[in-house]
Design a protein around this ligand. Structure first.
Ligand code: B3K
Ligand code: ZN
Length: 885
């Protein structure tokens, strides 16, 4: 806990570790209140380091004994200070034997060794291994591990660690043991153990090279019937990495373990992935289509880390995007390929870009803005951000866009050839891409070093006489904390031209032989001009196709041009984009109208365009659903000078209601026509139909017609899957029918009783109530008193508290400041329990300076109240940066 700003770590201060570890042997005597750990580590002096001391890290450890080369050490043979243990004047080769005591039952931070439902789990990334023993806990120190687990046989029948099981047996006093050996060198953050009463689904699976491997999914007994999808996802992941990147599973055994208390989504520990139950458990009764899709993508993500992260890891934590950006890109491509269609790929792309814009663009414009490869941090856990992950993935995608799929693959092959078994940097990755393709990519490095979302301005001029089209592209990048001057980026801008019939026109430049229908321009200077010849008529320009770069495009296009793109663009992404731009334009002027107390109106051209999309049965239901979903409140707010959450909310509600009224017949048709046939299947086709059907339902429920309320109640009762059931309930609650319609009143309780024993569904129950436009702090405070609520379980805390603070914009930013008071109270309490989760909650206030003046005061007050407390390093860093921005 700290009351002043914690020390800052700088990327440029990197120095190699003074000693390197070759082997570590760990023995755990597991018990909830006191666990004994003996670590025997073989170290040798690193010739690349000038530091003479052995430096080990340890946090919250009870050190019992430390011996070096057989001799017990006592101070001043060693010194401990501020999380470091130093041994001066050590010989070049040493064996350290260190005994420590841990108290897993007291560990609420869920880092290091902790308990969940009575079972033992570990989480070591980024710096949790130092909560287990003293060790050079940094990713560039890689060692081989043997791990012996000893525990009570009855309570902890299953004992797991990384690698292969080499020995097991009984011990006196009802205890037993298991010994595991991981043949691969790894950094300490990839260490894991699990001990407890678990069961597994297992399968033998044949790899492309003919080897048989054992795959297991471990869960608590009552969850065994929810593991099939995770197992399928794992097998698909293995196949995909073999085919797309020629990468094979290197172990004989690969395990996934589900745990219900977990700080994030999942963790890629070598051979022993540990997952939040949320990203493992599924059956039609408890999981939605989105859950099914998320599970497939997270299982893929963690599996893909085995090569991008584990075999080749990061030199230091500033390089985090080396593994995260790359692995997110890989999981995005995996999910896209799994849809099996071009429109499926487009759906996936749109969803990913939506996330980027909703979460990463604001981050890049706020107090926590940082480059994809950050330059400094106080707490590394705060830098597992959408910038490092999602923008990082966009950066990787741009290599592929610039070099082509084959060129990208060549770069990946060279990267593994050069760096397998090493801890490397983002620059090493760039070099592999450049060298494999014989290209100078030095300018591209700026994507790693410069923060902020670049703006790309496009101007187009058509010369009728000469039949040429001139495009002037220029770029700029806003200032971000610590970066006032920015250099031009290398930006791939994919372009297409539509003729008056909506057909793609060939793109030819002077001297070109081929004239493709879409081409990627490379913008590398502040401003550049591109001229196309033989352009038969004045085209409508389709710019930044498939979102070819993570930038904000500024290009004036008329409503007519956007309508043309919306109905004809061969690039699905830009069809969707045109619809969003049309909607956003209106939402912004509606917000202004609300603020000025003017009458709100919506033009019929827009309504007709929406009708056309809704009734275009040639277009995939999933794409229609995306096109008909209005930009979120945060997206709209981002585009205003001063954020007025209440006005934005009213504007959006008005538009939704108007679309509901004017397209009532069409929505009803969509609801009826998109029912799925037969047993539930979470395929992209069926999921897309359900999404459109349930969007239609949500629009219909905005109308003052009890018949639609009853239709939703009926859907709730007859649904054979969680997607349909949850959608019906959510729409009923959010549109107020649970207050207005007696038959609907009992539904939330009914839902609760039905799923009382399914924690993940109860999370949904809390979250749907917290995100209702009708839920204020009083509603949420009441829910916090519910016996099923606890701040200690991250999923539960997120469902209710984050649901309200992050995802209920209008109510959280209530004019009386009640949302901010609620936020500060819970943040302070949560910080004492779990700093990592608390620091995420702290991020709700990122944008406080951009809100209307009447909100800024109470926001600042709430921030100051938090700041006066003694806080964790995690939360202190966020609050400090938020206040001082
Ligand atoms: N690598 C982990 C994240 C660890 C977060 C530590 N605070 C999960 C992932 O990205 O796959
Ligand atoms: Zn990851």
């Amino acid at each position: 806990m700290t009351s002043s700003n914690p020390a800052t770590v700088y990327r440029l201060d990197y120095t190699a570790s003074s000693f390197l570890a070759d082997r570590i042997d760990l023995v755990f005597d597991l018990a909830p209140s006191v666990t004994q750990v003996r670590a025997t580590t073989e170290l040798h002096r690193n010739p690349d380091s000038e530091n003479r001391d052995i430096v080990l890290y340890g946090e919250e450890l009870e050190l019992v004994r430390i011996a070096m080369n057989g001799k017990v050490l006592a101070k001043p043979d060693y010194a401990t200070d501020n999380g470091e243990l130093r041994i001066p004047d050590a010989p070049d080769k040493v064996t350290l034997v260190i005994d420590t005591l841990l108290h897993p039952d007291q560990n609420t931070s869920l880092m290091g060794l902790y308990l969940s439902n009575g079972n033992f789990f570990t989480q070591c990334e980024a710096e949790g291994f130092r909560k287990i023993t003293y060790f050079p806990d940094r990713p560039d120190v890689m060692a081989t591990y043997t791990v012996t687990l000893r525990a009570d046989r009855e309570k902890y029948p299953v004992l797991l660690s990384n690698g292969n099981l080499v020995e097991e047996g009984d011990l006196p006093n009802g205890r037993h043991y298991a010994k595991w050996e991981d043949p691969f060198k790894k950094p300490s953050y990839l260490f894991a153990l699990v001990a407890g009463n678990l069961v597994c689904r297992e399968e033998t699976f044949r790899l492309a090279d003919g080897r048989d491997v054992l795959l297991q999914v471990w869960v608590e007994k009552n969850n065994l019937d929810k593991t099939a999808h995770a197992m399928e996802s794992l097998k698909h992941s293995i196949r995909w990495d073999e085919r797309r990147f020629g990468l094979e599973l290197d172990l004989d055994r690969f395990m996934i373990v589900a745990v219900s208390d977990f700080n994030m989504g999942a963790m890629e520990n070598k051979g022993l992935n540990i997952f939040n139950t949320r990203y493992v458990l599924a059956n039609p009764r408890i999981a939605t289509d989105l859950d099914y899709a998320n599970i497939e993508s997270v299982v893929g993500h963690e599996y893909f880390h085995n090569w991008t992260g584990n075999r080749v890891t990061c030199r230091d934590w500033f390089q985090l995007s080396l593994k995260e950006g790359l692995t997110v890109f890989r999981d995005q491509e995996f999910s896209a390929d799994r849809t099996g269609s071009e429109s499926g790929r487009a759906v996936k792309r749109i969803e990913d870009v939506r996330t980027l814009r909703q979460l990463q663009f604001p981050e890049d414009a706020g107090p926590m803005a940082h480059p994809v490869r950050p330059d400094s941090y106080q707490e590394i856990n705060n830098f597992y951000t959408v910038t490092v992950y999602e923008k990082g993935a966009e950066v990787v995608r741009m290599y592929q866009t610039l070099l082509g799929r084959d060129g990208f693959r060549k770069g990946m092959d060279l990267y593994f050839k050069r760096h397998d078994g090493q801890a490397v940097t983002c620059t090493d990755f760039l070099a592999a891409m450049a060298d494999a393709n014989g290209r100078d990519l030095s300018q591209f490095e700026r994507w790693y070093s410069q923060a902020g979302t670049p703006r790309v301005k496009l101007q187009s001029h058509y010369d009728e006489k000469n039949r040429t089209l001139t495009l002037i592209l220029s770029q700029s990048c806003p200032q971000t904390p610590g970066q006032t001057e920015k250099q031009p980026f290398l930006i791939p801008v994919a372009i297409g031209l539509l003729d008056s019939h909506g057909k793609d026109m060939p793109l030819r430049m002077e001297g070109d032989k081929a004239a493709p229908n879409s081409r990627t321009l490379e913008l590398s200077e502040e401003s550049q001009t591109f001229t196309f010849i033989d352009v038969a008529e004045k085209p409508v320009v389709s710019a930044l196709r498939n979102f070819s770069a993570p930038v904000i495009l500024e290009y004036e296009q008329s409503d007519d041009e956007l309508l043309h793109l919306l109905s004809h663009d061969s690039d699905h992404f830009n069809r969707w984009e045109a619809g969003q731009r049309l909607a956003l334009r209106r939402l912004l002027s509606l917000t202004k109208a609300v603020q000025a107390d003017r009458t709100l109106t919506l033009d019929s051209a827009f309504i007709d365009a929406f009708r056309a999309v809704l009734t275009d049965t040639a277009l995939d239901p999933a794409l229609r659903e995306l096109a008909l979903t209005l930009p979120g409140e945060m997206m709209i707010a981002e585009k205003t000078d001063e954020i007025d959450p209440a006005a934005t909310h009213r504007a959006r509600q008005f538009m939704r209601r108007t679309l509901a009224e004017n397209l009532e017949k069409e929505w009803l048709n969509a609801w009826q026509e998109n029912r799925t046939e037969g047993a539930y299947r979470p395929t992209p086709q069926d999921a897309g139909k359900r999404a459109l059907k349930n969007l239609a339902l949500s629009y219909l429920l905005l109308l003052d017609k009890p018949a639609y309320g009853r239709m939703a109640i009926d859907q709730y009762h007859t649904a054979d899957n969680m997607s349909d059931r949850l959608a019906a309930l959510t729409s009923l609650v959010h549109s107020g029918w649970t207050d207005k319609l007696p038959e609907a009143k009992a539904l939330p309780d009914h839902f609760y009783r039905e799923y009382e024993n399914e924690a993940l569904v109860i999370d949904k129950w809390f979250s749907l109530q917290a995100t209702s436009p009708n839920a204020d702090t009083a509603t949420v405070r009441k829910l916090m008193k519910h016996p099923a609520f606890t701040l200690k379980n991250p999923n539960r805390a997120r469902s209710l508290i984050f649901g309200f603070c992050h995802n209920n914009m209008a109510q959280f930013h209530a004019a009386d400041g009640s949302g901010y008071t609620f936020w500060s109270e819970n943040l302070i309490e949560l910080d004492r329990i779990n700093p990592q989760v608390a620091a995420r909650l702290a991020r709700c206030m990122d944008q406080w300076k951009r809100y209307i003046p009447s909100l800024r005061k109470p926001a600042e007050q709430a921030l100051r109240n938090v700041s006066e407390q003694s806080l964790s390093r995690d939360t202190r860093e966020i609050i400090g940066k938020t206040l001082s921005a």
